[in-house]
Write a protein that binds this ligand. Structure first.
Ligand SMILES: [Zn+2]
Length: 215
């Protein structure tokens, strides 16, 4: 494999932890010895799902913050925004002994109050609308294999009943690995690309670049 064909990307999953989906994703990751990042919703963390988070963490995955209630946050007060982040941060810390390093806004809905009150780098990503049940497994596979450039953050969902994404990963990951993809956490991606993610300006990252965008 030449250096030219190498691509380093971060697989990320939103809306879990979800019994039956997140653990199925972990089975596939473990089989291939790769890691991902999970942007969890605080409300979904309980005595059962915490075991899945611990397993993910033990496999080298990163657990990040996707709010507590998955609401439209630009409608919230500063205090409510801080509460959303703080509650989920604490639950993650209590579960895996490490605080989230990144935040992904629900629905990628943003405003200045959020930037002012959330002290984590903001992450978006590139996806194929895999939250939508109508998007076929074939389309998801096509996206994963063909539309994820070097340095990108791949946005997927380990949400309830999202078996199509699990199936798409089963098909795509072996092909991506043999095609030269290397999978790292979001932290690992920024490290690998030599970028320090910013929290003191209004920027949301889909790529590990200075601008957060490709090019
Ligand atoms: Zn979400």
């Amino acid at each position: 494999m030449s250096e030219m064909n190498k691509k380093t990307v971060a697989l990320t999953f939103d809306d879990g932890p979800e019994i039956g989906i997140t653990d199925a994703v972990l089975d596939i990751l473990e089989e291939h010895g790769i890691c991902a990042s999970f942007f969890v919703v605080g409300e979904n963390i309980n005595g059962e799902t915490v075991k899945i988070m611990r397993r993910a963490h033990a496999l080298g995955c990163e657990i990040n913050n996707h709010s507590f209630t998955h609401s439209v946050m630009p409608e919230m007060t500063a205090e409510a925004i801080r509460d959303e982040i703080g509650r989920t941060d604490k639950l993650v810390y209590d579960a895996v002994g490490e605080y989230p390093r990144f935040f992904r806004p629900p629905y990628i809905a943003l405003n200045s109050t959020m930037y002012e009150n959330i002290d984590l780098p903001f992450i978006a990503g590139i996806g194929c609308d895999d939250w939508d049940e109508k998007v076929s497994v074939e389309r998801r596979v096509e996206f994963l294999i063909g539309e994820c450039p070097d340095g990108c953050i791949i946005l997927l969902h380990d949400k309830e009943e999202n078996v199509k994404t699990v199936e798409a990963l089963r098909v795509s990951l072996p092909k991506m690995i043999s095609g030269g993809y290397e999978f790292v956490t979001v932290s690992g991606l920024f490290e690998k690309k030599g970028i320090t993610p910013q929290t003191d300006r209004e920027i949301i990252y889909s790529f590990a670049t200075v601008t957060g965008q490709m090019g």
